[in-house]
Design a protein around this ligand. Structure first.
Ligand SMILES: *Cc1c(COP(=O)(O)O)cnc(C)c1O
Length: 418
C-alpha cells in the first residue's frame, strides 16, 4: 500500500481501505460500535466465536461433562493445540511451542533452564528499558544463580555481547520494544551470541501476531510471548513458550510440577521430565482461558503474515504522516523509528501532557494507552484497524489539542491501570 502523494485526505483513507486485501478480517471480531480501538498491543479485541466456545465449555463440558471432559472434550491437550497454532505464525514446528502460565513465569523457567546449560558462564546481557517484568526476572535469576546481569542501551547490546566473550551465558531481549516499537535483528543477534557459545531468549510479546517471525530460520534457542495482546486470547490469557527441539534433552527447567512430568498420571514420587515441549508445563492449565485462546487463534488460520505486516507498516506510516500534517507545532515528538521496517505494529508519541491527552482522546472513544513518564502509545492491529480509523483518530487528537480539552482535572487523575 503506497501512501497518497501531497496532502492526505479522509477520502484517501477510504480508498486505502477499499484496496486492503485483508479488510475482511475485521468481520472476525466483535468491536464496540463507535469506538476506534488502537490498543490491541495491550489487550486484543474479542474474536467472534470465543463467547460461543466458552459457553459450550462452561455449560456443557464443565456443567454436564464434569471431570470426564478432560478426556471426552479433549481438554487435556489444549495447551499443545494452542501452542501448535502459535508455532505456525512464528516459523516454529508445531511441537516446539506450548501455551501455559504468564511470560514472567515462563521467562523464569527458561532463564534458569538455559543457565543450567551454561554453568561455566556467568554473564547475562539484556537491555536498559526492557519491559519491567523481564528486568525483574533477569535480575532475580542472576542473583539466584550467581551470575552478573549487564543491562545496556539498545545500541550497545552487540558490543556488550562481544565484551562478555567466553563468559557470555544468556542474552535476553524483547524483539519489538514495548514502548518505542523498535525491532532487533533476531537473526544477526542470535548468530552473534551462538558464535560465542551463548544462548538467546527472545520475548515476542509485541511480535507474535504482527510480524512474520521466523524462529527456526533464525536458529532461535528459546522464546516467550503473550496470549492477550495481538493474539487476542482475552484478559490474562496464558502465555506461550518456545524451545528449539535440539534443546529438549538438555533443558532442565526449575518449576517442576506434575504436568511437566513424563507420566503425570503415574503419580510417582520421583520427578522425570517429559521428553517433549510438555516439560515446560508446571501445573494444571487454566482450561477456560486456554480454550478461549485456542479459539481466538482461528483468526490467523488462513492469513498470510506478510500481508498483516505490510498493513501495519502502512497504518503506522499513515499515522506518522498525519501527525506531521495535522499536529505540527503541538509539541508531539515521535518516539518510534520513522522507517516502518525498524518499527513493530505501533507508533508512540512523546508529549509532556501525554497522560491527560490520552485520557481526553479515550473519552472520545479513541482508545490508545499511556506508558510513563510521557508516552502515548497507538497500536495498529492489522486484522481490525482500518485506514480511516487512523484519519479519524488524528482528527480527534487535533481537536483535543486545539480546544485544550485535555486540560481538565478529570483527565489528570491517574488511575490504577494506564
Ligand atoms: C506485556 C508484556 C509482558 C507481560 O508479561 P506477563 O507476565 O505475561 O504479564 C512481558 N514482556 C513484555 C515485553 C510485554 O510487553
Amino acid at each position: 500500500m503506497t501512501a497518497p502523494v501531497g496532502k492526505i485526505t479522509r477520502e484517501d483513507t477510504i480508498k486505502m481501505d477499499g484496496a486492503d486485501p485483508i479488510a475482511h478480517l475485521r468481520e472476525r471480531f466483535e468491536l464496540p460500535e463507535g469506538d476506534i480501538y488502537l490498543d490491541g498491543n495491550s489487550l486484543g479485541a474479542l474474536p467472534m466465536g470465543v463467547m460461543e466456545r466458552l459457553e459450550v465449555a462452561v455449560k456443557k463440558e464443565w456443567g454436564q461433562g464434569l471431570i470426564r471432559s478432560w478426556n471426552d472434550a479433549d481438554w487435556y491437550p489444549a495447551p499443545q493445540r494452542a501452542g501448535a497454532a502459535i508455532a505456525r505464525i512464528l516459523g516454529a514446528d508445531d511441537d516446539e511451542v506450548i501455551v501455559c502460565d504468564s511470560i514472567s513465569v515462563n521467562l523464569f523457567k527458561l532463564l534458569v533452564g538455559a543457565l543450567r546449560m551454561r554453568m561455566d558462564r556467568k554473564i547475562i546481557v539484556s537491555e536498559i528499558g526492557n519491559f519491567p517484568t523481564d528486568v525483574y526476572i533477569n535480575q532475580e535469576v542472576a542473583d539466584l544463580m550467581g551470575c552478573e546481569l549487564r543491562c545496556v542501551m539498545p545500541e550497545e547490546v552487540e558490543a556488550a555481547i562481544s565484551a562478555a566473550g567466553d563468559n557470555l551465558a544468556i542474552v535476553q531481549l524483547t524483539h519489538v520494544h514495548y514502548k518505542t516499537g523498535r525491532i532487533y535483528d533476531m537473526q544477526g543477534i542470535t548468530k552473534k551470541v551462538q558464535d560465542l557459545g551463548g544462548l538467546v531468549i527472545w520475548d515476542l510479546a509485541h511480535s507474535a501476531g504482527c510480524l512474520p517471525v521466523q524462529l527456526n530460520d533464525c536458529n532461535a534457542d528459546f522464546a516467550v510471548g503473550c496470549g492477550y495482546k495481538y493474539l487476542n486470547g482475552g484478559p490474562g490469557a496464558p502465555a506461550f513458550v518456545f524451545v528449539a527441539r535440539r534443546h529438549f534433552e538438555a533443558m532442565d527447567q526449575p518449576l517442576r510440577g506434575w504436568h511437566g512430568h513424563a507420566e503425570p498420571f503415574a503419580f510417582t514420587q520421583e520427578y522425570k521430565p517429559h521428553p517433549t515441549i510438555d516439560q515446560m508445563l508446571t501445573g494444571t492449565a487454566s482450561q477456560l482461558a486456554t480454550l478461549a485462546l485456542e479459539t481466538a487463534l482461528k483468526v490467523f488460520e488462513d492469513v498470510d503474515m506478510n500481508l498483516l505486516r505490510q498493513k501495519n507498516m502502512a497504518l503506522g506510516d499513515l499515522f506518522i504522516a498525519l501527525v506531521e500534517q495535522e499536529l505540527g507545532g503541538m509539541n508531539f515528538e515521535l518516539a518510534s523509528p520513522k522507517e516502518a521496517e525498524h518499527r513493530g505494529s505501533q507508533v508512540s508519541l512523546i508529549h509532556e501532557e501525554g497522560y491527560a491527552i490520552m485520557q481526553a482522546v479515550i473519552a472520545r472513544g479513541i482508545i490508545g494507552d499511556f506508558r510513563a513518564p510521557d508516552i502515548l502509545r497507538f497500536g495498529f492491529a492489522s486484522p481490525y484497524v482500518r485506514y480511516i480509523d487512523i484519519w479519524d483518530s488524528i482528527a480527534h487528537l487535533r481537536d483535543v489539542m486545539e480546544m485544550r480539552e485535555w486540560d481538565q482535572p478529570k483527565f489528570k487523575e491517574r488511575r490504577a491501570v494506564t
